[in-house]
Design a protein around this ligand. Structure first.
Ligand code: CAA
Length: 407
């Protein structure tokens, strides 16, 4: 159903697929083994003018939407989930500036991200503050014309590859999540150190690091928007825009694993016929393909909802992230099963898809948090519904009212 997408989106998809097939697929297994950063892919993406497409034109970008971003991430992830996130995390890192920066701040930091000259990362989570993002402890204390940053960040994707970091710190610990402020910190700032690299199960070409700040002096004009205390809302709005990108990564992984399963089962001969010719295999592949298409429509729908500023963006972003990432885990596991013993071997491609898929259920808000976001949105909708609907309890049948009262 790709043909239903606007022409512009189809063009982004074609360019991304060309880069994925030429520059990503041939190196994906080796990147997974070596853990080296995919700089050659970043260069190919720069050459194809795909870096920073979501940045508004006035700051050097292409003014592309979340939907455009999603199709690029999907195509890259179809070839390698690690490359998909190495690319997508630049959107996560730059949305806080796009959403909350002053004109001067946007002009200062966005053009280099738009061209791909510099990579940008996002620093919210800490060792003791993951799902409960509002409880972060990194402090930013005003001292003259600087903030002094002290604290540690965890799970920083693109950790040592980035040059610019959006860091959330508390400027007023007494105010809880209302005391959080976002600051832009540049690599090389004294007191800012990149710490331990995590040894991950999947997405192994992407460096995920701890970040340490000790008496790190950041100029006051690095406070996004110039007003303290706006950080938590800024982080939440950023995540609303970025979560469809994780869903697109999951979607690409599911599609990529299914492509391999289809190819393998059509070539593999057992009992004198291809494995795909067995009806049980066809049913499994049919379910995979149908569910992938359903996930795709949900991801694209959520992305369009965000691009068009429609209500419910938070809820739909969470829904598509849950649905696509749970599906990616299911499809990649099933693909391993279809490959049999070969599926469990690193000589074959599918076990990497399964390892890469797992993280999509966890990062940018564990799926339990997404369900909480969806549940809270539905609770608000229910409250609005009960106050607006002309259906009162007394309109229910007498037995139902009696049952309710008895409960
Ligand atoms: N948009 C704008 N504002 C929002 C919002 C949204 N979507 N959601 C909440 N807010 C506002 C609320 O209106 C409220 O504002 P006031 O203080 O003015 O009343 C404030 O934020 C606090 O809201 P809640 O009471 O709902 O906050 P909470 O403490 O209950 O937390 C949460 C809500 C949804 C659980 C949130 O903490 C959350 O999303 N947690 C997960 C964090 C996460 O995704 N982390 C991943 C980081 S990225 C990563 O993984 C690393 C990487 O590099 C890839």
């Amino acid at each position: 159903m790709h043909e239903l997408l606007p022409k512009r989106v189809q063009e982004y998809r074609e360019r991304a697929r060309e880069v994925a097939e030429r520059a990503v697929r041939p190196v994906a297994a080796e990147l997974d083994r070596s853990g080296e950063y995919p700089w050659s892919v970043i260069q190919a993406l720069r050459d194809a003018q795909l870096m920073g497409i979501w940045i508004p034109e006035e700051y050097g970008g292409q003014g592309a939407g979340v939907l455009d971003l999603c199709v690029v991430v999907e195509e890259l992830s179809r070839a390698c989930g690690g490359v998909g996130v190495a690319y997508a995390v630049n959107a996560l890192g730059s949305f806080p500036i796009i959403l909350g920066g002053t004109e001067e701040q946007k002009r200062r930091w966005l053009p280099a991200v738009a061209s791909g000259e510099k990579l940008i990362a996002f620093g919210l989570s800490e060792k003791a503050s993951g799902s409960d993002a509002g409880s972060l402890r990194t402090r930013a204390t005003l001292d003259g014309d600087h903030y002094v940053l002290d604290g540690d960040k965890k799970w920083n994707t693109n950790g040592n590859a980035a040059s610019i970091y959006t860091i959330y710190a508390s400027t007023r610990p007494d105010r809880g999540s209302r005391g959080i402020s976002p600051l832009v910190v540049e690599k090389g700032t004294p007191g800012f150190e990149i710490g331990k690299r995590e040894d991950l199960m999947g997405i192994r070409c992407v460096p995920v690091h701890e970040l340490h700040f000790r008496d790190c002096r950041v100029p006051v004009d690095h406070l996004l928007g110039g007003v303290e205390g706006k950080g938590f809302g800024n982080a939440m709005m950023t995540l609303d825009r970025a979560r469809p990108g994780v869903a697109a990564q999951a979607l690409g992984l599911a599609q990529g694993a299914m492509d391999w399963a289809l190819r393998y089962t059509s070539e593999r001969q057992q009992f004198g016929q291809s494995v795909l010719s067995f009806q049980s295999t066809q049913f499994r592949i049919a379910d995979m393909a149908t569910e992938i298409e359903a996930a795709r429509q949900l991801v694209y729908g959520a992305a369009k909802c965000i691009d068009e500023g429609l209500p419910g963006a938070s809820k739909y972003a969470a829904m598509c992230k849950v649905f696509a990432s749970d599906l990616a885990m299911k499809v990649t596991t099933e693909a391993v099963q279809m490959f049999g013993g070969y599926g469990y071997c690193r000589d074959y491609p599918v076990e990497k898809y399964m390892r890469d898929a797992k993280i999509t259920q966890i990062y940018e808000g564990a799926n339990q948090i997404q369900r909480l976001v969806i549940g809270r949105a539905l609770t608000k909708e229910a409250a609005a519904m009960t106050s607006s609907l002309d259906v009162k309890v007394e309109h229910f049948p007498a037995e139902a009212v009696a049952a309710l009262e008895g409960a």
